[in-house]
Ligand binder design. Structure first.
Ligand SMILES: [Zn+2]
Length: 166
């Protein structure tokens, strides 16, 4: 149904300018409030440092790839972000398309025994994959926060702001 045929007060409108929730702490559009309260953080910078996508200061991970429940600085519900299989898929393609040609070029250029190729390329692939997995996951989560921040938003209360673990 087009917007011109829709009765007033039904469905969504292109002139919608507020949050339909009744949370008093946000008082309307959560994205606008987030932008005014926190400086814009570069997704790449946050990813390289593995920091919170909103404030850029709190640690994103509590383990190697386990995302913290909340940011210890700004209280953002980090566990609500979900990068899915994206980081692994991107790294599979990126490393496959870069390391395999290099391995083939080395195999044609030098006369290594097969066992040495197996050891070298296993170490290279594992090292690059494990080294890039945390920043890749952090980057996808930061992009998700930048473009779909509402998925991270929960109503903030003075208590949750004072104690980010709530
Ligand atoms: Zn934060």
């Amino acid at each position: 149904m087009s917007a011109s045929r829709r009765r007033p007060g039904t469905g969504t409108s292109s002139t919608w300018s507020g949050c339909s929730c009744s949370c008093p702490s946000t008082g309307g559009e959560p994205d606008a409030l987030t932008r005014t309260r926190y400086p814009r953080v570069s997704p790449l910078a946050a990813a390289l440092k593995c920091r919170c996508p909103r404030c850029g200061e709190g640690r994103l991970y509590k383990g190697f790839l386990s995302v913290s429940d909340r940011c210890e600085v700004c209280g953002l519900a980090l566990a609500r972000g979900d990068s899915g299989d994206g980081p692994a898929v991107f790294l599979t393609f990126i490393l496959g398309f870069t390391v395999v040609p290099v391995a083939l070029w080395v195999a044609m250029s030098v006369d290594w025994p097969l066992w040495l190729h197996a050891v070298v390329w296993t170490v290279v692939i594992l090292g690059l994959a494990l080294g890039m997995l945390r920043p890749a996951k952090a980057y996808l989560m930061a992009l998700q926060f930048r473009h779909r921040a509402s998925e991270y938003d929960i109503p903030e209360t003075p208590e949750s702001r004072a104690d980010p673990r709530n």
